[in-house]
Design a protein around this ligand. Structure first.
Ligand code: SER
Ligand code: ZN
Length: 504
């Protein structure tokens, strides 16, 4: 990586000694700044400079990515020396052009765009990026490094696109004899158990499916979580942008959130025109409303674990609390599914228990074993499902827009998906199975992002989302709606069922 920086400094006034005065000062300060900021083994220099009145322009090169830091250091020293000797300040500092040369892993296959003023050229895998007009804050904030990383990511993505998601079978339950072949959502709709919600991708569950969903919840809590020592927390339902910036969700999934806005005011006087329009037109005055609410300030819960990491951010966990095992079932997840919606299994709003665990790598590997055993107990003996598990592209990479697959050979960090066979979708070997559950160890990705530490040693984390609509769909798709087809273990948990409601 090499950098060439053309910069402009505007002084508070032309130096009295003019060019000659700077000639005595600049080379020494430049050398000092370069040697301090570029680091060992790297070289750089001020190639040329000119002073016209109060405008100092200079070109600085470096054979690594730190040219902008050398410039900032030089500007700081100039400020000190000019201030002390001549009472002159530096009013502004900017890079007119910052050229960075670097290599990408493969030649790009299409255009690569950036949202800041720039020019970008490729010669095979050699990239030359000119960032134009960077102010001091952008220099200080390392925009150049981030722009280079983004170009690299975009080129990788061009090559990655179209490649299959990683998927490797881990375990498979015995085949079961399944006699129900309907889409359970259709069947429930026919019997008025459900109604498509008043807004997109949401369902109103009548007493029967609500009871069954809560039964699933009880099974998860009593058969998996309590026996393993998980404790319940109650978390807020809105995720702040700060949280999503730290997890990477904001750059990974901006098109899948439900955004939250606030009224700009709660003073009825400010809403008078709006309410008057409602009274007269009996319609929503949409334009008027848009004026009265804020831009989005948060998102409705997408996954629960980010907020739990926020809760623990900046904390050091005591040895005696590790592994920390908690779960949330209060926040309800919202995802903008658009084209992907289907039945109760692919919805914009769903109920999930999200257990989160933090501990040493060894503790989490042990916990994963225990969780897998408890889940197997539930799916084999209580729900009697036909199910399988697979090692897949980790959710935290998919959700933060990262490219690639992690550790599929080592299988320490990563995600296991649990999938159920849905007979209505066709033969088991060709139909798509339903992911109804996952289990991940994410390593230190989130503990690092939120600065969560252990009293001793390394702290890892993970989560295992239990999607209750998914559990219910998987179960009903295999077992049908008639309780006589349900396994004894589930019937016991469900107890007495609410009566079906007949509409006339
Ligand atoms: N956070 C996970 C997910 O979003 C759930 O465990 O898939
Ligand atoms: Zn999670």
């Amino acid at each position: 990586m090499r950098g060439e920086l053309e910069a402009e400094l505007i002084l508070s006034q032309p130096p009295p000694g003019g060019h000659a005065a700077l000639e005595r000062l600049l080379p020494g300060l430049a050398e000092e700044a370069l040697s301090r900021s570029l680091g060992k083994g790297a070289t750089g220099r001020v190639v040329s400079w000119t002073l016209e009145g109060d405008r100092l322009t200079l070109t600085l090169t470096a054979d690594n990515s730190r040219a902008h830091q050398a410039l900032l250091a030089l500007a700081r020293r100039l400020r000190e020396e000019l201030g002390r000797r001549e009472k002159i300040g530096v009013r502004s500092l900017r890079a007119i052009r910052y050229r960075v040369g670097f290599d990408v892993p493969e030649p790009p296959t299409g255009p690569v765009t950036l949202p800041v003023p720039h020019e970008l050229r490729f010669d095979g895998t050699a990239a030359t990026l000119d960032l134009l007009d960077l102010d001091e804050e952008a220099l200080r904030d390392n925009w150049s490094d981030r722009a280079v990383a983004l170009v690299d990511e975009k080129v990788r993505r061009q090559h990655y696109r179209g490649k299959e998601q990683y998927w490797k079978l881990l375990s498979q339950s015995p085949q079961r004899e399944l006699t129900f072949h309907e889409d359970p959502t259709e069947a429930m709709l026919r019997r008025n158990w459900l109604k498509n919600g008043p807004t997109k991708g949401k369902w109103y569950l009548g007493p029967l499916p609500a009871h069954l969903l809560r039964t699933m919840e009880r099974i998860a809590v009593e058969e998996v979580l309590r026996p393993l020592g998980f404790e319940e927390v109650i978390q807020p339902h809105h995720d702040s942008f700060d949280i999503l910036l730290r997890t990477g969700h904001l750059e990974g999934l901006p098109g899948e959130f439900y955004y939250v806005t606030e009224p700009k005011s709660r003073d009825p006087a400010d809403w008078e025109r709006f309410t008057d329009l409602v009274k007269i037109t009996r319609k929503v005055p949409e334009g008027e409303l848009a004026q009265l609410v804020s831009p989005p300030v948060a998102v409705s819960c997408y996954a629960q674990c980010p907020t739990t990491y926020w809760w623990l951010s900046g904390r050091t966990l005591a040895q005696e609390n590790l592994p920390l095992k908690i779960f949330d079932r209060a926040a309800i997840s919202n995802r903008y599914e658009s084209g992907g919606r289907h039945g109760l299994e692919r919805v914009d709003e769903f109920h999930r228990i999200e257990p989160v665990y933090l501990g040493t790598p060894e503790q989490l590997l042990e916990l994963r074993k225990q969780l897998l055993a408890r889940y197997a107990h539930v799916f084999d003996r209580i729900l009697e499902l036909e199910w399988r598990t697979a090692w897949v592209t980790p959710f935290y990479m998919a959700q933060s827009g990262e490219v690639g697959v992690e550790d599929e050979t080592q299988r320490v960090k990563g995600t296991i998906d649990f999938e159920a066979y849905l007979p209505y979708r066709g033969p088991r070997d060709t139909a798509e199975w339903l992911e109804f559950q996952n289990l991940s160890i994410v390593g230190d990705k989130y503990t690092r992002a939120f600065t969560i530490k252990a009293q001793k040693g390394e702290l890892w984390s993970g989560c295992t989302g239990i999607g209750l609509e998914r559990w219910l769909t998987a179960f009903l798709a295999q077992r049908g709606l008639d309780p006589t087809g349900w396994p004894e273990g589930f019937r016991k948990y469900a107890g007495e069922l609410p009566r079906e409601i007949k509409f006339l």
